[in-house]
Design a protein around this ligand. Structure first.
Ligand code: ADP
Length: 173
């Protein structure tokens, strides 16, 4: 049993939102260290590269004691073992998250017997928030303040400005 209680918080974090940050802070109240682990092989098509996502998390959480940021490949249970963590943290927003999360937790338990999954319920005000919603609002130039940290607002603006220019070039303007 490791002396430090370490938990892995895996996800795509494309990009990190205030909902994720809320879960990380809650995790830190329970564990000595929370490793925010960006999944390389996530099935979702990402807007930001792994490095960009890692940098935004660093800039947001880097100075917080007990937070580490990493990128991982392959099976989550193997990664969890490799960093000597005893638990996986997942956030639950609404009942709709439950079925998928339940399936994943059971599968991980079958694959790696020592790994516990700890579910943390999101704060009400973030329970509607997802990276997908943030990207959608930002892509139409909507106001995303209060949903993501400032550094993410800046990076989303840059990303969508670039996309707009390349679309305009495609359209022949
Ligand atoms: P998303 O589902 O927004 O793409 P991720 O795949 O990065 O986010 O999710 C990583 C983890 O964070 C998952 O357990 C997810 O349920 C949780 N999570 C995401 N957004 C929130 C939120 N607003 N409140 C609580 N948990 C969240």
């Amino acid at each position: 049993m490791p002396s430090k209680k370490i938990a892995v918080y895996p996800g795509s974090f494309d990009p990190i939102t205030n909902g994720h940050i809320d879960i990380i802070k809650r995790g830190l109240a329970i564990f000595d260290e929370v490793i925010v682990a960006i999944a390389r092989n996530s099935a979702k098509r990402a807007l930001f590269s792994l490095k960009e996502r890692e940098k935004m998390i660093h800039e947001t959480m880097g100075v917080t004691k007990g937070v580490r940021v990493d990128i991982f490949d392959g099976l989550l249970v193997d990664y969890v073992e490799s960093v000597d963590a005893g638990a996986v943290i997942r956030g639950l927003r609404a009942v709709s998250d439950f079925e998928y999360e339940f399936q994943m937790a059971i599968t991980n338990r079958k694959l790696g017997k020592k790994v516990e999954t700890v579910f943390l319920m999101s704060t009400e005000k973030y329970s509607y928030l997802s990276s997908r919603i943030v990207k959608e609002v930002a892509s139409y130039g909507g106001n995303i303040s209060g949903m993501v940290p400032d550094v993410v607002i800046k990076e989303l603006k840059k990303k969508f400005a670039k996309k707009k220019v390349s679309q305009e070039i495609k359209d022949g303007f």
